[in-house]
Design a binder for this molecule. Structure first.
Ligand SMILES: CC(C)(COP(=O)(O)OP(=O)(O)OC[C@H]1O[C@@H](n2cnc3c(N)ncnc32)[C@H](O)[C@@H]1OP(=O)(O)O)[C@@H](O)C(=O)NCCC(=O)NCCS
Length: 280
């Protein structure tokens, strides 16, 4: 489906008609050294959601059924269906046959033969948009946020950011703080998701650079600058009004970002349709 045909949703309001990331009829290969990040809108027509529901496992259907609000349930179904579709396309496998295992803090990974397990991925979603990051043999983390006013940002910074980050944040003029807050937050969350620990890893134990005009970087992990320097923190701009970040260990990655549009005819054989690709 072309993005111009998509229904207006709260997530799209204020966004341009077309996201800046674009797609191809084939996903291409995912080679060692490649990182691919896909963005997708989760508010899709019922026919698309119904199709994605057929791809889900009994566990996923059970989780979907537990959502209190229908729009959360549908977004979950679409999010998971797109994840399966993208993974299935890279693996040349039946999307509905994929199965997942979960790390000690809940990070999902693909179960199956070596080739399957070599694909590492991470997902984030906010306000009707999801990001899917994939690589081979290297864990990675991704986060997306929808910046908005947070009246208690100073308190969150004081409580959760590192001492150094908090000092930087409080030194900023008020009009710069919202943007800086989300820059810092997405970079930090991408990192704790890459290591798979989520919020079990204390946010104040590592430092990211987030001042306007400074290069995105992990500065230290529990005081260790050398360990931090092995990581990349890449800003992502999947669409106007959204900010995101990708975290991955290693310095030399071929990172490409694409936007995913579900096929408007779910019975068609092409799993993916109409992407464009861009360098970050
Ligand atoms: C991972 C975590 C940071 C995600 O936070 P969030 O802002 O709510 O959600 P996001 O949209 O960015 O990411 C959600 C996705 O992250 C993935 N995920 C789940 N646990 C993860 C983990 N430990 N590490 C990396 N990714 C994880 C899942 O794919 C999830 O998608 P799903 O909702 O479709 O299952 C958070 O759930 C967490 O910390 N989980 C670990 C559990 C834990 O330690 N909790 C302690 C709370 S104090």
């Amino acid at each position: 489906m072309l993005s111009s045909e998509l229904p207006p949703t709260s997530a799209r309001e204020g966004a341009s008609t077309r996201p800046p990331w674009v797609a191809s009829a084939v996903v291409g290969a995912l080679r060692p050294g490649d990182v691919r990040v896909w963005s997708a809108y989760l508010d899709q027509p019922p026919s698309i959601a119904t199709h994605y529901e057929t791809l889900l496992s009994p566990d996923e259907r059970k989780r979907a059924a537990a959502f209190r609000f229908p729009h959360d349930r549908v977004r979950y179904i679409v999010r998971r269906g797109i994840l399966r579709t993208i993974l299935g396309a890279y693996l040349n496998a039946d999307a509905s046959a994929l199965s997942f295992a979960y790390g000690p803090f809940g990070k999902p990974l693909i179960q199956g033969p070596q080739d399957y397990a070599s694909i590492r991925f991470n997902v984030s979603h906010r306000q009707g948009m999801a990001l899917y990051a994939l690589s081979r043999d290297q864990d990675l983390g991704v986060d997306i946020e929808f910046p908005h006013s947070i009246p208690e940002a100073d308190q969150i910074s004081e409580r959760f950011f590192s001492t150094q980050e908090n000092a930087v944040f409080l030194s900023l003029p008020l009009h710069q703080r919202q943007e800086a807050f989300f820059r810092c937050w997405t970079r930090k969350e991408a990192f704790i998701k890459a290591i798979g620990e989520g919020f079990s890893f204390p946010l104040h134990c590592f430092d990211v650079a987030f001042e306007d005009g400074t290069k995105s970087a992990l500065l230290s992990i529990k005081g260790n600058a050398e360990r931090a320097s092995r990581w990349i923190l890449q800003d992502l701009r999947p669409a106007p009004n959204y900010v995101g970040a990708l975290a991955i260990e290693g310095r030399h990655w071929n990172i490409r970002c694409r936007h995913f549009e579900p096929n408007s005819d779910p019975s068609a054989n092409l799993p993916l349709l109409n992407f464009e690709e861009t360098n970050v």
